[in-house]
Design a protein around this ligand. Structure first.
Ligand code: ADP
Ligand code: MG
Length: 385
């Protein structure tokens, strides 16, 4: 489980540190930084997939994702006696992401490449440092893999450091390139854990959504991010998963209703039987809100629960009556996976707040910068370059 998260220099998250528990609800006004926090978590997961540089490029490149304000605010700027202005930079341009957990911690520092007049990739982000340690906080004795520029050193069982890699590219992470099962098994283990983190952001429910169409049915313990294997995921829960829990979650939101999957020539299609209707409705006929709720049921009751599941604004297009059942469903899932929910819906936030073990993370924007209200930020040290 992740117990703390630290982000520095990413969009409005100039310097944010957060304590995480089993069930976390990130909320705040529009523009407070909720989506940025979601994307920062996604970027961390992208490292383990070997995609961090591409993901940053897809967001417009490092320059546009970097915090656009001054390196720090003076007291006069904070109290409004002086307007916000640029200060002379003391430290290099840097985007840092890190987490600590009950087993491992990791931090990455990205910056600009060294000037090279022969290369056209002069604005491509470069990985400057990476560190992997055991436990929550990086200390002097618990780091067992450290990268500085192109060099990676790994500590062996006897505590001795060994240069494992000398020429790692600026765009490759030690997570994907140095996780040798023989002498860097911790790197491998953490990478596999991070690859298993699951993200759901706006499951599609429009008219042409893949979830509305019949699909070839194969065992599907994990619902795809676009819901394309919805029928198969529901049937997998039915046959080898929490079938009763699924029925309860559906009936909780739609009293008397039930979902079944029909199969014709191997093509799966979802049907929903509802009170007052003479025939079941197919996925293609369901309302956006109903379909989204059912997709969330399939995602959250996965027979292969991930270590971490992150949901971005799951309330989108849900009828207000569905928010309390959704909160109960999320709380159920939090017994199996650590959960982070980013939400703008007050009713969902307060329903989740009532659940035991839930934490509210309330974001607010001050002087363009995201700050976390209430609570003392966890202590955190960034590794040096
Ligand atoms: N590079 C940047 N530096 C500073 N602020 C930024 C940068 N990019 C975007 N922002 C600001 O960050 C804020 C947070 O956006 P977002 O995370 O989408 O908020 P929310 O999801 O809470 O509505 C926006 O107000 C946006 O103007
Ligand atoms: Mg948002």
């Amino acid at each position: 489980m992740l117990t703390r998260l630290a982000i520095s220099g990413y969009r409005s998250l100039r310097d944010v540190r957060i304590v995480l528990g089993p069930l976390n609800v990130v909320t705040g006004a529009n523009g407070s930084g909720k989506s940025s926090l979601y994307r920062a978590l996604k970027l961390l997961a992208d490292i383990a997939q070997g995609r961090i540089i591409q993901s940053l490029a897809a967001e417009g490149g490092l320059q546009s994702t970097l915090w656009a304000g001054p390196e720090s605010f003076s007291r006069a700027m904070k109290t409004g006696r002086q307007s916000v202005q640029g200060t002379v930079r003391k430290s290099p341009v840097s985007l840092k992401l890190g987490f600590g957990g009950t087993d491992y911690g990791y931090a990455i520092d990205l910056g600009l490449p060294l000037p090279d007049s022969t290369s056209k990739f002069s604005s491509d982000p470069a990985i400057k440092s990476e560190n992997l340690w055991t436990g929550e906080m990086m200390g002097r004795s618990n780091v067992f893999a450290t990268r500085s520029g192109p060099g990676v050193r790994i500590r062996d069982d006897s505590g001795a450091w060994r240069l494992a890699y000398e020429h790692l590219s600026t765009f490759d992470s030690m997570m994907t390139h140095c996780s040798d099962p023989h002498d860097a098994v911790e790197l491998l283990r953490l990478r596999e854990q991070m690859r298993d983190w699951r993200f759901y952001d706006h499951l599609r429910t429009d008219r042409d959504a893949p979830a509305r169409k019949p699909q070839v049915g194969t065992y599907t313990p994990v619902l795809a991010g676009d819901g394309a294997d919805f029928g198969a995921a529901v049937q997998t829960i039915r046959e080898i998963g929490a079938s009763d829990e699924m029925d309860e979650a559906v009936a909780d939101a739609f009293p008397g209703a039930r979902i079944e999957v029909t199969s014709q020539g191997g093509m799966f299609e979802l049907e929903m039987t509802q009170h007052g209707l003479l025939r079941p409705l197919k996925a293609s006929e369901l309302s956006d809100g109903t379909l989204r709720y059912l997709l969330l049921v399939a995602a959250l009751l996965s027979p292969r629960p991930p270590a971490l599941m992150v949901l971005n604004e799951p309330e989108t297009s849900l009828h207000p009556d569905l928010l309390a059942p959704l909160a109960r469903l999320i709380a159920q899932a939090a017994k199996r996976s650590q959960i982070v929910v980013v939400s703008h819906a007050a009713a969902l936030v307060s329903a989740l707040d009532a659940e035991p073990d839930s934490r509210q993370i309330f974001l607010e924007k001050r002087l363009g910068e995201t700050v976390v209200l209430d609570g003392v930020p966890p202590s955190w040290t960034w590794p040096t370059r």
